[in-house]
Design a protein around this ligand. Structure first.
Ligand SMILES: NC(=O)c1ccc[n+]([C@@H]2O[C@H](COP(=O)([O-])OP(=O)(O)OC[C@H]3O[C@@H](n4cnc5c(N)ncnc54)[C@H](OP(=O)(O)O)[C@@H]3O)[C@@H](O)[C@H]2O)c1
Length: 294
């Protein structure tokens, strides 16, 4: 039995699809308020609980052989200390007690860079260290940004021709196909070469941020209008917000890191990934065309 946390999220639901396509038994950890209809339709077992409760985590891990942890703080669950950190520590402890054979943890590219301003990056690194010392067999995947997250931006662009970003347009990224990441996460559970290893995971190309609107422009056949306010505007707003809502100011630290820095994999890292997992990673433009039907 596989346990997938965050099974209703962008990545988690794709992990469940891969597992069910491979006819594997899956238990998806979901909240009562989540939209989990697809999991049931695909024949996954639905475990209803809340990752903030360690008793729920303990119950969910019973009879489980593999854990794939894909959950994360989001708009409906905003506290990274509870969700990205504590829930994963509890999950690792429960997995160990339940005799789980392999634990896959979805971290983030750059988790090891020591970003003090980001609660999520800090939580991810602490969980990585805890998992490495846990005695469990593990694979840590550090993905760059997900290609599926760009689909709403592409849809907006299709209507308006506008692409708005606060990032430096020359910053590089290697956006990864969310489906490829799901395949890698599932394969990692039983692959000897992935045991007790950390892999940066990105798409096959290194793209500067201004290439994204150009890709949109090619797909929809219209000239992009790029709006690129300077990052100090974001910083000013964040500082002002801090006077009324210090928690929000802290939470925005993760977005600040994502806007200000580069998140890409080297050619060697991509070669290692493709060879180890026997996968041909999809280019961003191909991913978007396939998902947008163009
Ligand atoms: N998106 C990216 O570009 C990116 C890049 C690098 C790393 N990552 C990491 O990759 C992982 C997957 O990201 P994603 O974009 O797929 O995340 P997502 O779409 O935001 O999904 C988060 C999932 O966690 C669940 N969750 C949150 N709080 C919960 C709670 N208290 N109890 C039970 N479930 C809870 C959510 O359930 P609900 O449906 O109920 O809200 C949802 O299924 C995350 O760990 C993220 O940090 C993401």
């Amino acid at each position: 039995m596989y346990l997938v946390t965050g099974a209703t999220g962008s990545l988690g639901r794709r992990v469940v699809r891969v597992l069910r396509d491979r006819s594997q038994p899956v238990r998806g950890f979901v909240r009562l308020t989540s939209n989990y209809g697809e999991l049931e339709e695909r024949g996954a077992e639905v475990f209803i609980g809340d990752l903030r409760r360690d008793r729920d985590i303990e119950k969910a891990t019973q009879g489980v052989r593999y854990v794939i942890s894909t959950h994360g703080a989001n708009a409906r669950s905003t506290n990274p200390d509870e969700i990205d950190y504590r829930a994963n520590i509890d999950l690792i402890d429960s997995a160990k007690a339940a005799g789980v054979e392999h634990f896959v943890f979805i971290s983030v590219l750059g988790a090891d860079r020591g970003y003090q301003d980001s609660p999520v990056f800090k939580a991810k690194r602490e969980v990585e260290k805890y998992l490495e010392k846990s005695g469990l067999n593990y694979t840590i995947l550090r993905p760059s940004g997900f290609a599926s997250d760009l689909i709403p931006f592409a849809e907006k662009f299709r209507q308006t021709g506008i692409y708005l970003t606060l990032s430096d347009l020359k910053n590089r990224s290697s956006t990864v196909s969310t489906e490829d990441l799901a395949q890698i996460a599932v394969t990692a559970t039983t692959l000897e070469a992935a045991k007790n290893k950390i892999f940066p995971v990105g798409g096959p190309e290194i793209l500067t941020r201004d290439e994204i609107p150009r890709i949109f422009g090619r797909i929809f056949n219209r000239e992009p209008i790029i709006i690129n306010p300077p990052l100090f505007l974001f910083d000013s707003i964040r500082t002002t917000l801090g006077f009324v809502n210090p928690e929000l100011q802290k939470a925005l630290g993760t977005l600040r890191v994502l806007l200000a820095d580069e998140f890409y994999c080297t050619t060697e890292e991509i070669d290692t990934l493709e060879t180890t997992f026997d996968i041909k990673l999809e280019r961003l433009e191909d991913y978007l065309r396939r998902n947008l039907g163009f």
